[in-house]
Structure formats: structure tokens, C-alpha cells
Design a protein around this ligand. Structure first.
Ligand code: ATP
Length: 262
């Protein structure tokens, strides 16, 4: 005779718990990127394999020309690859055509650049909602409010960029990148145009977005202090992944960079 407990055990075996979202949200496998050909060819990435986990904040560091931007662009589907594989949000990018790539970038990827790229004629609220407008989607009111509140922009929504401080403009740019709930938010030297106070505030916001909203973030930076806001720091040199630091301090990062002759 089958007891209820035994039946429950059998059910548990037969029906695994609802599958959690895959832990790896973006990855590369032996990714190689060569620019140009022949004598002038540059091997910007040389067989880089890396997994980016959902909800984590990762910084990419390395000397100038080490391949940081190239790695970010290949992960975000902005640049073609020479060989290897790139996956983002369950899709293999190398298998996608131009139209599918464009849609994937629009729906699954957020970007924050050094220059804020806000449209001057639009209010902060309109700038934030722009990616959804372009995709023909309506903002989810609760998510919009949560993003705006977490970035302290509630009182600034009807201002145009020229009426906002540099730090506020940068926060609008982050809100715009978060509004589509991208699989990965890519940030390229996001503090480059900010003074140190606003730079730290922005990094604290990124860290909060990863901790509180579960937002996956990949950031390229030259600054060890900026990188120390991330939970993980990947170090590139000559197109190769040479170190992978777990919660390093800025001193740890500086020491690693010094070993590379920086
Ligand atoms: N479009 C391109 N055409 C040719 N070579 C390129 C191109 N883009 C990058 N490279 C080369 O690839 C290498 C890696 O460049 P990348 O911009 O990824 O480095 P980086 O680490 O981001 O540099 P930086 O810190 O100076 O921004 C460099 O040698 C660079 O000159």
C-alpha cells in the first residue's frame, strides 16, 4: 500500500521542482576576434572563455588595447566574432542573422556609455521610456516607479537633460538602460565623464541594481576603485583572460595590474 508520504516522494522524483532560470546568462567559449588581415591583423581577443552569472556585477579591466571593449562588444552582439562561440540570454549570437541580432540587442541588452546620449528635446521621463517606445511597448508602471525611485529621480522626471546635473543625467541614462529589464546591462567607462563624488554615486547605483533588482551588469573600466564596486573582476592582457578576481579590493586590483606592468 502506498502511503501519502511515499506518493509525495514519488511525485517529487517524477516532477522536478520548477526549473530555475539558468545561472549563466552570458558566456563565451574560445572567443577569438581578429581585426584586419595579413600583416596588419590584430588579435584583439585570443580564445577567451568566460561565464557571466545572472544577477552579478562584473568589471572587465586590463591595460589599454588588451581587448576590454572588444569583449564587451562581442558579448553584447555589437561586433562579429572571428571564431569561438558567444551566448546571451539563451541565444547563441553567432547563429543569429542581422535582424534577430538587432531585436536581441533592443530587447535583451541595456547600455550605459560614458557620454550619456540623452535626447535633449525629451524630458527625463521620456528619455527613460524611449527604448520601450521604440519597441512599441508600454512601460510597466510599477517597474518604472521602482527604477525612478531607486535612482532618486522622482522629482526630476519633467526636466530636460540641460536642466539636470551631470550626475542626474547619468542616472537617467541608467534608468533608461534598466527600464527594459535587460538580461545584461553593459556599461563602458560609465564614470569617465563624472567627478569622483558623482562617479561613486553612480557605481553605488549600479551595485544596488545588481543586488536589489537582480540586474546582471558587465562594466569596462580603467579605474581599480570603480572595479572594486563589482563582485568579480576579469583581467585581460593581450587579448587573453589572465585573472578572475572574486570580490577584490581596489588594492588587490592595483597589485594585479602592477604585475602586468601597469
Ligand atoms: N575596429 C578596429 N579595427 C582594427 N583594430 C581594432 C579595432 N578595434 C579595436 N582594435 C584593436 O584591437 C585591440 C583591442 O582593442 P580594444 O578597444 O578592445 O582594447 P581596450 O582594452 O578596450 O583598450 P582601451 O583601454 O584603450 O580602450 C587593440 O589593439 C585595438 O587597436
Amino acid at each position: 500500500m502506498s502511503t501519502p508520504a511515499a506518493a509525495a516522494r514519488r511525485a517529487a522524483v517524477a516532477e522536478p521542482p520548477v526549473e530555475e532560470l539558468p545561472r549563466v546568462i552570458a558566456s563565451t567559449l574560445n572567443l577569438t576576434k581578429v581585426y584586419g588581415s595579413g600583416a596588419t591583423a590584430v588579435r584583439a581577443l585570443d580564445s577567451v572563455s568566460v561565464n557571466i552569472h545572472r544577477g552579478t556585477f562584473t568589471a572587465i579591466m586590463g591595460p589599454s588595447g588588451s581587448g576590454k571593449s572588444t569583449l564587451m562588444h562581442c558579448l553584447a552582439g555589437l561586433d562579429s566574432i572571428t571564431s569561438g562561440r558567444v551566448f546571451l540570454g539563451g541565444h547563441e549570437l553567432s547563429g543569429l542573422g542581422d535582424r534577430e541580432l538587432t531585436r536581441l540587442r533592443r530587447d535583451k541588452v541595456g547600455f550605459v556609455f560614458q557620454s550619456f546620449n540623452l535626447l535633449p528635446a525629451l524630458t527625463a521621463a521620456e528619455n527613460i521610456a524611449l527604448p520601450l517606445d521604440l519597441a512599441g511597448r508600454k512601460p510597466d508602471h510599477d517597474h518604472f516607479q521602482a527604477v525612478v525611485e531607486s535612482l532618486g529621480l522622482t522629482g526630476r522626471l519633467h526636466h530636460r537633460p540641460s536642466e539636470l546635473s551631470g550626475g542626474q543625467q547619468q542616472r537617467v541614462a541608467i534608468a533608461r538602460a534598466l527600464i527594459t529589464r535587460p538580461d545584461v546591462l553593459f556599461a563602458d567607462e560609465p564614470t569617465g565623464a563624472l567627478d569622483s563624488k558623482n562617479g561613486h554615486a553612480l557605481l553605488a547605483e549600479l551595485r544596488r541594481a545588481s543586488r536589489e533588482l537582480g540586474q546582471t551588469i558587465v562594466m569596462v573600466t580603467h579605474d581599480p576603485i570603480a572595479a572594486s564596486y563589482a563582485g568579480r573582476v576579469l583581467i585581460l592582457a593581450d587579448g587573453r583572460l589572465v585573472d578572475d578576481l572574486d570580490h577584490p579590493s581596489s588594492e588587490d586590483i592595483l597589485a594585479t595590474m602592477r604585475e602586468l606592468g601597469q
